[in-house]
Design a protein around this ligand. Structure first.
Ligand SMILES: *Cc1c(COP(=O)(O)O)cnc(C)c1O
Ligand code: SF4
Length: 362
């Protein structure tokens, strides 16, 4: 187990290239900044969306990389600068870079890789409200994300017709009210924490008014890619709701976690928010037992428990990320031999029309 005893401090790579270097390439007109826009929103707005800019920031030559304009057009590059800072300067195979770079591998259409691999469209109850499993309903709170992950199973999702915010959430709320069997609402998307806190507060107040809803789960990558998203406003509404709040983060590699996040995650824990993590098993990114062990150890030191390790959803354009079920099983056996049981995530696959995520035995 290589570096897991010196996890996060060593991993705070902000020194690998200076802040000035990163900011220098972004055109910010200080007069255009609205003082009411919080710092995370500014970070969201100044995310890198230009491949050349990304390469420059990382000291890479565009021609070194298998970049695809076509892939970039279908699902454009988007990555916040604070996440880029955690990438290793000059490394074209950096595990964080590989998660966001549009490449020519995505142009290959492989049999079995489809637009809606998990059957989202069959489980829509009302615009933006999905239910597949007993007791839990999922709200696609927004189509937007702070980062565009190349393996995303919703990269082709028809968000334009699935916006539950039209009509002020009322249609989704009505559906939830009618179904007494639902005790947990999951905010997903897109990334629900892209919405500002006043919008979220509005939604939470409506959810709270439904007596049979006990828990609010938030599936998000925002606290990882823009840690400043965990700000006082967010902590305030989370602390004031009667609902039990669970945050399921999405972190695939230990290098995504830095020391700044430890402090912020602990603020969430202080207000009794349960922190879990789900990862996707991704070829050349985290498909080594050392990487998975390191991830679990680092998550725990940041106050987060591993929840799921997902086999890749077979979405069109992502076949090059797939790790076979056999390799996944052997990785699970290896990590189970090194970790306490509570740090071993459940290996699952999402199969359309099943009643829960399917556990893969190993
Ligand atoms: C994954 C998923 C859930 C959550 O499943 P858990 O096993 O409870 O984590 C709920 N609804 C939908 C539509 C999902 O895809
Ligand atoms: S943050 Fe989540 S929903 Fe958004 S692109 Fe990444 S995997 Fe997809």
């Amino acid at each position: 187990m290589s570096s897991s005893n010196t996890p996060s401090l060593a991993r705070d790579r902000s020194s690998s290239h200076t802040k000035d270097q990163l900011v220098a390439n972004v055109e910010i007109n200080p007069n255009a900044i609205n003082p009411l826009v919080s710092s995370w929103q500014l970070e969201y707005k100044t995310s890198i969306t230009n491949i050349e800019h990304l390469c420059q920031t990382l000291g890479l030559e565009i021609r070194q990389l298998p970049i695809s304009c076509q892939a970039n057009k279908q699902f454009p590059l988007r990555v916040p600068q604070s996440y880029v800072k955690r990438m290793q300067y000059g490394n074209p195979n950096d595990p964080l870079l590989l998660q966001v770079l549009p490449t020519s591998h995505e142009e290959k259409h492989i049999d079995g890789y489809i637009k809606d691999p998990v059957g989202d469209l069959q489980s829509i109850k009302s615009p933006g409200l999905l239910q597949k499993y007993n007791g839990r309903a999922l709200v696609l709170a927004t189509s937007r994300c702070a980062i565009h992950c190349r393996y995303c199973f919703r990269r082709h999702f028809p968000y334009s017709t699935q916006n539950p915010r039209n009509e002020g959430w009322n249609k989704a709320i009505q559906e939830l009210q009618l179904d007494q069997s639902i005790s947990e609402v999951i905010l997903s998307g897109g990334d629900p924490l892209v919405l500002d806190d006043s919008e979220l507060t509005k939604l939470i107040r409506k959810l709270e008014s439904i007596a049979h809803i006990k828990r609010l789960r938030i599936h998000t990558r925002l606290p990882v890619v823009i840690p400043n998203r965990i700000n006082d406003e967010l902590l305030r509404w989370m602390n004031s709701t009667r609902l039990q709040v669970i945050m399921v983060l999405h972190i695939n590699h230990a290098n995504e976690i830095n020391i700044e996040m430890h402090k912020l995650f602990h603020k969430l824990k202080d207000i009794n928010c349960t922190l879990l993590n789900q990862s996707v098993l991704l070829k050349n990114i985290n498909d080594q037992s050392s990487a998975l062990i390191d991830l679990s150890e680092t998550l725990f030191s940041a106050g987060v428990l591993p929840y799921y390790l997902h086999l890749l959803d077979k979405v069109d354009g992502a076949a090059h990320f797939d790790v076979s079920e056999d390799s996944a099983r052997s990785l699970m056996r290896e990590i189970s031999n090194h970790l306490p049981g509570y740090l071993v995530p459940k290996l699952v696959r999402e199969i359309a029309s099943e009643q829960s995520k399917s556990l893969i035995s190993y």
